[in-house]
Design a protein around this ligand. Structure first.
Ligand SMILES: NC(=O)c1ccc[n+]([C@@H]2O[C@H](COP(=O)([O-])OP(=O)(O)OC[C@H]3O[C@@H](n4cnc5c(N)ncnc54)[C@H](OP(=O)(O)O)[C@@H]3O)[C@@H](O)[C@H]2O)c1
Length: 254
């Protein structure tokens, strides 16, 4: 990822920054000059990403965090501020889902999905926004999905959690605009990561899905990064409460 935006010395937290789209975003932010704090539950994966960033001369810290535990969310923010003095950018990227019909989803499945994708992102955004308010502003980017605005079978509760995150994006944008905090969303279409692997693992199924995407293929994680960097940059200073879909034309084709 080339550095098209200047984010030199900005401090950015990326949840789920250890793999998939989050890792691509973390590396893209680092390539643009930001100091990156990656957070997820997997220590080894986090350290591999910070190692990669440091090897290229960038600044990076990892904080093992389970976003379903509020104390750990608070620890993430406190550690970031203690280590880097500020938080300029938050990317709420971590999420989970289960691929099964809603009739088969257990009650604790609902809790795991909503507590990670929605409640965790809300609590972390609020904790970070307090810091951003004190320092005079910042950027929050919520990673949603085309499924936030489009129904489908197999991941209904995930769709609902992302629709909720999409609406939270607008409400946070409205409440925090006076504090110079821009809040936007980036919604990928189907992207080739471990998360979506159960959907595209079968080449025949992948072919069928690709045929319905105007660009004729799934996205690579790196293709989601540009929209995030733009929303972190000065070039997007008057954009807040919006969603950019990185979907190869999927929603336009609905
Ligand atoms: N891939 C797609 O097709 C696609 C399409 C549309 C939108 N998206 C969105 O893009 C984002 C990234 O997806 P991805 O495909 O890159 O997924 P991924 O490869 O599965 O990565 C998800 C990340 O979230 C972290 N995570 C999950 N639960 C967590 C928790 N409780 N606390 C902290 N971290 C947690 C995971 O780390 P640990 O498990 O180690 O904690 C992992 O690093 C998600 O918001 C997803 O909804 C993906």
């Amino acid at each position: 990822m080339s550095a098209n935006y200047d984010l030199k010395n900005k401090v950015a937290i990326v949840t789920g920054g250890a793999k998939g789209i989050g890792k691509a975003i973390a590396l893209g932010l680092a390539d643009s000059g930001a100091i990156v704090v990656v957070a997820s539950r997997s220590k080894d994966e986090l350290e591999a990403v910070t190692g990669e960033i440091k090897a290229k001369g960038g600044g990076a810290t990892s904080v093992v965090t389970d976003l379903t535990v509020n104390e750990q969310i608070e620890n993430l923010v406190e550690t970031t501020v203690k280590t880097h003095q500020r938080v300029d950018i938050l990317v709420n990227n971590a999420a989970r889902s289960f691929l099964r019909p809603m009739m088969e989803l257990r009650e604790d499945g609902w809790d795991k999905i909503f507590n990670t994708n929605c409640k965790g992102a809300f609590l972390l955004s609020r904790a970070v926004a307090k810091v951003m308010m004190e320092q005079g502003g910042g950027r929050i980017i919520n990673i949603t999905t085309v499924g936030a605005v489009r129904g489908g079978a197999g991941m209904g509760v995930y769709h609902a959690s992302k629709a909720a995150l999409s609406m939270l994006t607008k409400c946070m944008a409205v409440e925090w605009a006076p504090f110079n905090i821009n809040v936007n969303a980036v919604g990928p279409g189907l992207t080739k990561t471990a998360f979506s692997q159960p959907i595209w693992a079968n080449p025949e199924v992948e072919k069928g899905i690709a045929a319905r995407i105007p660009k004729g293929r799934l996205a690579e994680p790196e293709e989601v990064v540009g929209a995030v960097l733009f929303l972190c940059s000065e070039e997007s200073s008057f954009i807040t409460g919006q969603s950019i879909y990185v979907d190869g034309g999927t929603l336009a084709n609905a």
